[in-house]
Ligand binder design. Structure first.
Ligand SMILES: [Zn+2]
Length: 189
């Protein structure tokens, strides 16, 4: 069953009043403006690859939509909220993707099965806060979770004035070749 359909079944089961809009397609430079331009308040990013992550970052800046970012790896997870032109963006933190040998996929490195639940629940909490305008979102703060130590930490994040996407003189003013950008770094790394 496609993920969009199983998500619809699960969400409708929890709450039949939720209106669900499904996009059964892989987001890319050609369709991202149509998808992100549909009037969303927030993007919850749980993607599992670097080209999509950079694409989502750039598109969210163009469309001025906050991104609630979550990632998991082995026994660790992290969450932050990228508020366009208010706090740092993904490129402020990671101007380039890591070389491939330093970034094994989840299939290679493995991930503790409970992590998507914990990190996803934290992301959902951030999304609800943003929609309600309540509390302090994780803007400029990275919440990290270490399941082995069973500890949470908060690290401060800063905007980078020289960021190619959201800095003072941005060089990324339209979509780039994300597959090539990520593959190029992997080759040279
Ligand atoms: Zn930035």
């Amino acid at each position: 069953m496609p993920k969009v359909d199983s998500a619809e079944v699960a969400l409708t089961d929890l709450n039949p009043d939720v209106k669900i809009v499904k996009y059964q397609e892989r987001v890319n430079s050609e369709n991202v403006d149509r998808i992100f331009g549909a009037g969303w308040d927030a993007i919850v990013d749980g993607c599992d690859n670097f080209p999509t992550r950079y694409l989502v970052n750039d598109a969210s800046l163009f469309h001025k939509i906050p991104v609630i970012h979550g990632s998991i790896f082995r026994f660790d997870g992290q969450v932050t909220t990228f508020m366009p032109h208010v706090g740092p963006c993904y490129r402020c933190l990671y101007p380039e993707p890591p070389p491939a040998h330093l970034a094994p996929s989840c299939a290679e490195a493995g991930v503790l099965g409970i992590l998507p639940g914990i990190i996803g629940t934290l992301q959902a909490t951030e999304a609800i806060k943003l929609i309600l305008g309540q509390g302090d979102p994780l803007v400029g703060r990275l919440l990290t979770y270490d399941s082995l130590k069973m500890s949470f930490r908060v690290l401060k994040l800063r905007r980078d004035k020289t960021c190619p996407a959201c800095g003072e003189n941005p060089t990324i003013t339209s979509y780039i070749d994300y597959e090539g950008f990520c593959a190029g770094v992997a080759t040279h790394g």
